[in-house]
Design a protein around this ligand. Structure first.
Ligand SMILES: Nc1nc2c(c(=O)[nH]1)N[C@H]1C(S)=C(S)[C@@H](COP(=O)(O)O)O[C@H]1N2
Ligand SMILES: [Mo]
Length: 329
């Protein structure tokens, strides 16, 4: 992975849409797109406790995306603005299609996800294969606005939609010997043509400690900006762990396995001195080839300070009490 290039940044400036447009545009899209995609997937959306519950009404269809207070806009810092959707869906890392961030959207455009299923196995009492509908029926599907910070030092703020991973794990009932959770991306070089290249070992693999996986912030995301997940962002379902570097957020997941030992993760195996298993955002531990002290928020001029645990320390620091974070980077 390389660092953000100056010409990428210029391109981004041209793509930026004023943030206030998102809200008005979203209103327009809700009837047509939200009802069309989310309802069609059969997910059940009901209201949880939330600050600004929003009803979408279109030709008799009423849908709701739960917005729990503690995870919504109120959880962001005063200077965190939503990154425009156009930026989020046109600047991606998804090596199964290409290593070019601005090429993913076009190359992934026709990626088919119908009939998708996720196999959950390993050290669980109830191994099972579930459809996307099964996953969403563990809802309500919640909107979670999170900062995302790539290990390459660019960052975005994304309104994800999804199901907290712990709901799925509770359903399959981890055994007492389960200590980790392993994740696997689809392997299908016909649908993901860059899997014909040797740029990474396929399929892409990631892993979390079980307590990290059970943390309420950890999300299985099925959408963003109130719509189904775009292919380039990891359709139909990807992981989001907001206090870790972006590469932990494995896309297009087909398998989740509970294990007793630390699972292999692709980037860690590829370059163990550069990408640790934990990959917690940490401004004090530089990447061997660049500082992690600051970051480029896409669409912004100048750099901003990177926050410990990407600003989620209050919620997650206790997971790492007593651990040496320089050794366990
Ligand atoms: N399967 C898979 N998952 C992946 C990647 C990838 O190449 N393949 N890239 C990772 C990296 S490095 C980042 S920063 C995020 C980018 O997510 P985004 O494109 O939605 O911003 O996805 C992560 N998940
Ligand atoms: Mo990344």
């Amino acid at each position: 992975m390389s660092q953000l290039l100056p010409d990428d940044q210029q391109q981004l400036e041209r793509e930026v849409t004023p943030p206030e447009l998102y809200f008005s545009r979203r209103k327009l899209l809700q009837g047509a797109v939200l009802a069309g995609t989310l309802v069609a997937t059969g997910g059940i959306y009901r209201a949880a406790s939330h600050s600004e519950e929003e009803k979408v009404s279109s030709e008799g269809v009423i849908e709701q995306l739960a917005r729990p207070d503690q995870f919504s806009a109120s959880a962001l810092g005063p200077s965190d603005e939503l990154t425009p959707e156009e930026t989020i869906i046109n600047y991606n890392n998804f090596y199964e299609f290409t290593t070019s961030k601005q090429g993913v959207a076009r190359l992934a455009r026709d990626f088919r996800t119908d009939g998708w299923s996720i196999k959950i196995d390993g050290l669980v009492d109830k191994p099972q294969t579930i459809s996307l509908d099964d996953l969403m029926s563990l809802g309500p599907v919640e909107e979670r606005i999170y900062r995302m910070r790539c290990v390459e030092a660019w960052s975005i703020v994304v309104p994800w939609a999804g199901i907290p991973l712990h709901r799925l794990l509770e359903k399959v009932q981890p055994q007492s010997t389960a200590k980790y959770v392993a994740f696997e991306t689809l392997f299908d070089p016909v649908r993901m043509p860059n899997q014909n290249s040797g740029v990474l070992d396929w399929p892409y693999l990631e892993g979390l400690r079980l307590d990290e996986a059970m943390h309420p912030l950890t999300l299985l995301a099925t959408g963003l900006y109130g719509k189904a997940m775009p292919p380039q962002d990891g359709a139909p379902v990807r992981l989001v762990i907001p206090w870790k570097y972006g590469f932990k957020g494995i896309k297009s997941i087909v398998r989740i396995s509970l294990t007793a030992t630390e699972p292999v993760s692709t980037w860690n195996r590829m370059a163990p001195y550069e990408y640790g298993f934990y990959a917690n955002v940490n401004p004090e531990v530089p990447h061997p080839r660049w500082s992690q002290a600051t970051e480029q928020r896409l669409g912004e001029f100048g750099r901003r300070d990177t926050l410990m645990f990407n600003g989620y320390g209050e919620q997650v620091a206790s997971l790492y009490e007593g651990m040496n974070l320089e050794v366990n980077f």
